[in-house]
Design a protein around this ligand. Structure first.
Ligand code: PHE
Ligand code: ZN
Length: 862
């Protein structure tokens, strides 16, 4: 444990420009595990080869390991030393066999990196640098090895033994123990190693690949969870077929296994042939999982499966290239999800996510490019920028190339770099080569941080209109001056009277700081539709009036653009209300009324379109965020929408009542709209709102409706609130994933007493920091509840800092991920900012702080 900690004063900064090819390669490794929760012995035999001509020693990374034996070519090694946590072995020849033995204690591993215990099973998590907590190894992604894994353990405790690749043999080891051996024929970096031992059962399936090979699929869970695995298995089969038809990529092993574990730092992990998942992204049935959960499960199953090509067959040269696999794979999973239902609604959800998580990151102290230049702890760079902005960068290239050339470019990339560790630059070169385009300037998307701003002004003189475009990229830490970016903007004009399109959609590539486009022969006043489909991940400011926006929200032929127009109208209205203290709500009410009345629209879309922008997104538009004024303005608009359209909301609510649960795009859309309508009915102050919500809560045959009703009640003051909370708790006691929802719903409450309530919940017997899902459900959710977290007393800040300091002792990676909300102090008034800073300073001054937390908290102070 001590090795993961550093003195706060001496963080080592790793720089991209310092990259050097590995001194030693390891073409083969054989691992032998003697599994035991308190003392697992790991014997590793490495075939090492000197890479190039040099006389440098072999350095094997370790983290908290002590070598019990070191052998070179079968003989006890002489002259090996420890360099901090690493093992250094001087070698004379060009190729040797190295053997080491260590003992590790999975049960005491609370960091959940390396080999650890979770609900009685043993499992591994190695990305990014966890393998070095298992055995001594050059733990970097450009060292690719063939793995042979043998493991032995207690038969009753660990009846199932899994690893990467194909099962080779198994047998009895005597003394109530058994062993199993797995070989992975594909060379892979150490971060993709995995092993699982536990009392598990599988939902088994089969998939025949495009070339006719049969693959055995298994979703491994505790026996009681088996009925909740059909959705994940189905999503896996859909993903395998999708990657064949859309990217021409076929699966390459005879087995593909997924294991669900309860304690997991991230969502899931793409280990070769043995994906390990946070159980929340596997387990679903109508009674316990919402539609959102079902969708997320399919998306994460797809994401990890797609990594088999974008990540595993072609991996990353170094961790600065992380977006090479993550941005591309997010883009692939987003496309997959769009193909399963409504593309427009999926795009709306993804853009909302980008604005909620990536835009704030890009405008704050932790802003970094999609391909970072330096880091202290790589775990801190599994960010929305690497993942989601990275996906937008790939999407822009696919837009610029068009579908055929983009496919040719990905084919080229996969073929050329198969079996190697590649860079973002390699990917862009394939786009250039197959696309016949020059992406020199476009590469700035990889190097410049910050969200570009575009101003778009349309003016008309007679039959001619001029669109004046200008762009700028704000300064970010370490990057005071920015160069213009390449911004692919999809643009279209609509007749302001007839609503008819006045031109085909154009793809404008804005490359200069300013640019002008002229439209001729216009027969009526045009209205501008721009950044359609969110073709560039930028902030667009236009000279469109409330009337223009309301018009587009009803007439644009791109559903995403309709949604955007509505959002912009709502945002303008709310920002004006916050700054002036009074709201002009009529245009919003009319636009929402029109959307609700348009029977041609699908319900899922309507449910999204009529939602007001979140408190934090409104805050992001302001120079100084006033959480209370924002909350008040938003509630006032909600109440007015609720009242003015009460009949419409009730009609939408009744019209969306499905009588039996079904997981289909239409049924999901109906539930979405129904729960949004319920929220507005409650916001209207209607006397029967709590009764309506409680009735829904009790009658629901699915979690979407039950949790939707619970959220509405939890925001209010009715005495049915407590009744619903305790009924929910009683019903799901013992179901960890649903209890997470119970904590999270309360942490997200719009009530004034939420900060106090959350403090009390932290002492609830079911609360624990040891489980990352539970910690995130309470602390993570609370800290994005703008009004509650920023309670003027500062108690929210103090509470979160206390929890993070405690969590850091157990699990630095999960703790560090929760720092950013405190780092947004610059955006708040002086009083709040001082309190937030004081908590960050307290964190940084904590003795024995992890380097994960040190990096996040100290950078947040700048
Ligand atoms: N590579 C994993 C994913 O995207 C994320 C992850 C990172 C999981 C680090 C665990 C640890 O899909
Ligand atoms: Zn990923």
């Amino acid at each position: 444990m001590a090795d993961a900690r550093i003195a706060s004063q001496t963080p080592q900064v790793i720089r991209r420009e310092d990259y050097r090819a590995p001194d030693w390669l390891v073409p083969e490794i054989a691992l032998d595990f003697d599994l035991d929760p308190t003392a697992t012995r790991v014997r590793a035999v490495l075939k090492v080869e000197r890479n190039g001509t040099h006389d440098r020693a072999l350095v094997l990374n370790g983290d908290g390991l002590a070598a019990e034996a070191v052998l070179v070519d079968g003989v006890e090694a002489q002259g090996w030393t420890m360099d901090g946590p690493d093992l250094v072995i001087p070698l004379t020849g060009t190729a040797h066999e190295i053997e080491t033995v260590v003992t590790i204690a999975p049960e005491r591993n609370t960091q959940l990196q390396g080999l650890y215990a979770s609900s009685g099973m043993l499992c591994t998590q190695c990305e990014a640098e966890g393998f070095r907590r298992i055995t001594f190894f050059p733990d970097r992604p450009d060292v690719l090895s063939r793995y042979k894994v043998k493991m032995a353990g207690d038969k009753a405790r660990f009846p199932v033994l899994l690893a990467n690749g194909d099962p080779i043999a198994q047998g009895d080891a005597g003394d109530g123990r058994q062993w199993a051996e797995w070989h992975d024929p594909f060379p892979k970096p150490s971060y993709l190693f995995a092993l699982v031992a536990g009392d598990l059962v599988a939902n088994k399936g089969q998939f025949t690949t495009m070339s006719g090979r049969s693959v055995d699929l298994g979703i491994w869970v505790r026996e009681a969870d088996l009925p909740k695995t059909d959705h994940a298995l189905h999503a896996l089969k859909l993903s395998m077929a999708w990657d064949e038809s859309v990217y021409g990529r076929e699966y390459d092993l005879d087995v593909f296994n997924i294991v669900a574990v309860d304690d997991f730092n991230f969502g899931a992990m793409e280990n070769k042939g043995l994906n390990v998942f946070n159980s929340r992204y596997i387990l679903a049935d109508p009674d316990t999982a919402t539609d959102y959960d079902y969708d997320a499960i399919a998306a994460v199953v797809a994401h990890e499966y797609f990594h088999n090509w974008s990540g595993n067959r072609v991996t990353c040269r170094d961790w600065f290239q992380l977006s090479l696999k993550e941005g591309f794979t997010v883009f692939r999973d987003q496309s997959f999800s769009g193909d399963q239902g409504s593309k427009a609604v999926k795009r709306i959800e993804d853009v909302r996510g980008l604005r909620a998580s990536q835009f704030p990151e890009d405008s704050g102290p932790l802003a970094h490019p999609v391909r970072p230049d330096e880091y202290i702890e790589i775990s801190n760079f599994y960010t929305a920028t690497i993942y989601n902005k990275g996906a937008e960068v790939i999407r822009m290239m696919s837009t610029i190339l068009g579908p055929q050339k983009f496919r040719a470019a990905t084919d080229l990339y996969f073929d050329k770099f198969d079996g190697t560790a590649a860079t973002c630059e390699d990917f862009v070169r394939c786009m250039e080569e197959a696309g016949g385009v020059d992406l020199t300037q476009f590469r700035r998307w990889y190097s410049q941080a910050g969200t570009p701003r575009v101003s778009a002004n349309l003016t008309q003189e007679g039959g001619r209109a001029r669109l004046k475009l200008a762009q700028s990229v704000p300064p970010t830490p370490g990057q005071p001056v920015k160069e213009p970016m390449v911004l692919p903007l999809k643009v279209k004009l609509f007749g302001g009277i007839t609503g008819r399109p006045m031109c085909d959609e154009q793809l404008v590539l804005l490359k200069d700081a300013a640019q002008e486009i002229v439209f001729e022969n216009l027969s009526e006043t045009p209205v501008l539709s721009i950044n359609r489909g969110f073709s560039a991940p930028v902030i667009v400011e236009t000279n469109r009036t409330a009337k223009d926006l309301a018009f587009l929200s009803a007439h644009d032929d791109d559903p995403f653009a309709r949604y955007e127009a509505m959002q912009q109208l709502m945002l303008d209205t709310l920002v004006a209300a916050v700054t002036s203290g009074k709201g002009q709500h009529d245009a919003v009410i009319e636009a929402v009324r029109n959307t609700l009345a348009d029977s041609a629209l699908d319900k899922a879309f309507v449910g999204e379109a009529v939602l007001l922008p979140s408190d934090s997104f409104i805050g992001d538009q302001m120079g100084v965020v006033d959480p209370d004024a924002i909350f008040a303005a938003r509630e006032a608009l909600r109440a007015e929408l609720g009242k003015a359209l009460e009949g419409e909301w009730r009609a939408a609510y009744d019209g969306a009542q499905a009588n039996r649960f079904e997981y289909s795009p239409a049924a999901k859309g109906a539930r979405r709209l129904k729960n949004v309508a319920l929220g507005y009915i409650a916001a209207s102050g209607a006397d029967d709102a709590a009764a309506l919500a409680f009735g829904q809560f009790e009658a629901a045959d699915n979690m979407t409706d039950r949790q939707g009703a619970l959220s509405t009640l939890v925001n209010g003051t009715s005495d049915r609130r407590e009744a619903a909370l305790s009924a929910f708790y009683q019903r799901y006691q013992g179901n960890a994933l649903v209890l997470d929802k119970w904590f999270q719903t309360q942490a997200l409450s719009a009530r004034e007493d939420t900060a106090r309530a959350v403090e009390a919940l932290a002492s609830h017997p079911d609360f624990t920091l040891a489980n990352p899902n539970r910690a995130r459900a309470l602390i993570g959710a609370f800290s994005v509840n703008q009004r509650a977290f920023h309670d003027i007393s500062g108690r929210g800040y103090r509470f979160v800092a206390d929890q993070l300091i405690a969590l850091d002792r157990l699990n630095p990676q999960t703790a560090a991920k929760l720092v950013p909300p405190l780092g947004r102090w610059k955006r708040f008034d002086a009083g709040r900012a001082a309190k937030m800073r004081a908590e960050l300073e307290r964190i940084v001054a904590t003795p024995g702080l992890s380097k994960d937390m040190f990096e996040q908290a100290s950078k947040s102070l700048d």
